[in-house]
Design a protein around this ligand. Structure first.
Ligand SMILES: C=C(OP(=O)(O)O)C(=O)O
Length: 345
């Protein structure tokens, strides 16, 4: 099993920590890149949108309003929609220099277009799964697409997949996702990862997580064990901050834990071929049994069942060969407790 490709979904969280630290959002976003890289994460993802084109003015909030005080989606997006091509290019360059992949989910055509020169993989959010003209537009760019499939029926996923294939998308990953913030553990339904693997065997399957992180990060380990090849989780540098994203996002330490778990699982799973491992050679010899004489016997005596007992170590004739030994004559005198070898019978 390969290690999963881990995406830190920074989204627009750097705006809040920038405000808290009194630095510019761009400087702060760069710090997110550095921290993600240091945590061993493969890719950092932002979100490219403009409130004007993502949502109509009175669209109600659908998040936990005890965490985020804005009443409409428009109000919320307005707080975080200041970056454009120039800022994402700077972030892309910083990612390149740091050795971490740069991703940003486009939420409009213009973002999709300027991201073309910046991303190797396009991410499409669950919210745009049924926005088929947009999905097709991105698919025509000829780059891999990672599509989250939260809050959808299989028929809708199938439609989106067909659209991407028809437009010549070279690689598609479907990320199981529950479009609820935070997603309760009992809603996570990670079994869907296997359902997607069964129904779309030619596609990469992954998981975009919205659950609350805990100190074990078991949910991500489970997703990996179920076959998720891509794992995305929201990323913040301060999960105590108010807002609709920080409280369910992972900090670098949470990601480090998850990545350590993936490595551990990978190590533990090991090979599929059943063989005797080098570490088992000595235990196999010492802990297995051999045919041993129960009493003194003379050369020429016929060996009967009652003359034998199977005892450790396994350096003599294996009890598995007892039927071959029975009825043979001893070739040498042997005292009680002799471990029989093929030269003696
Ligand atoms: C919101 C996003 O995706 P998801 O549906 O996986 O949460 C995103 O990619 O910006």
């Amino acid at each position: 099993m390969n290690q999963p490709f881990v995406i830190a979904e920074a989204g627009v969280n750097f705006y809040d920590t920038a405000r808290q630290r009194g630095v510019s959002p761009l400087e702060e976003a760069m710090r997110y890149v550095d921290e993600a890289k240091a945590a061993g994460i493969d890719a950092i993802k932002f979100q490219s949108y403009k409130a004007e084109t993502i949502v109509s003015k009175n669209s109600p909030a659908y998040w936990d309003i005890t965490k985020e005080t804005t009443k409409t989606q428009y109000e919320l997006f307005r707080k975080y929609d200041h970056f454009g091509e120039m800022e994402y290019r700077r972030l892309y360059e910083h990612c390149r220099a740091s050795g971490i992949a740069f991703l940003s989910t486009p939420f409009d055509y213009s973002s999709a277009d300027y991201l073309e020169n910046l991303v190797d993989i396009y991410k499409i959010s669950s919210s745009d799964l049924s926005n088929l003209p947009f999905v097709r537009h991105i698919a025509r760019k000829g780059k891999p697409i990672y599509l989250s499939v939260g809050a959808s029926y299989l028929s809708e996923v199938d439609q989106a997949v067909r659209a991407m294939k028809e437009e010549g998308c070279p690689e598609i990953a479907l990320l199981h996702c529950v479009l609820s913030y935070p997603c309760k553990n009992e809603d996570a339904n990670l079994n869907i990862i296997q359902t997607l693997r069964r129904i779309f065997p030619d596609l990469k399957i992954g998981y975009s997580d919205h659950t609350m992180p805990d100190e074990t990060m078991t949910i991500l380990t489970t997703a990996y064990l179920l076959g998720a090849e891509v794992i995305e989780k929201h990323f913040t540098l301060d999960k105590t901050l108010p807002g609709n994203d920080h409280y369910h996002a992972g900090e670098p330490a949470d990601f480090k834990k998850a990545i350590g778990n993936f490595r551990l699982v990978n190590t533990i799973l090991g090979q599929k071929e059943k063989t005797v491992l080098p570490c088992e050679v000595v235990p196999r010899r010492e802990a297995r049994r051999s045919l041993v004489l129960t009493h003194n016997m003379k050369k020429g005596e016929v060996i009967r069942e009652q003359d034998l007992i199977a005892k450790r170590p396994g350096t003599g004739i294996s009890p598995a060969a007892q039927d071959i030994v029975l009825g043979r004559r001893l070739l040498v005198d042997c005292p009680e407790d002799t471990i029989l070898t093929w030269e003696m019978v």
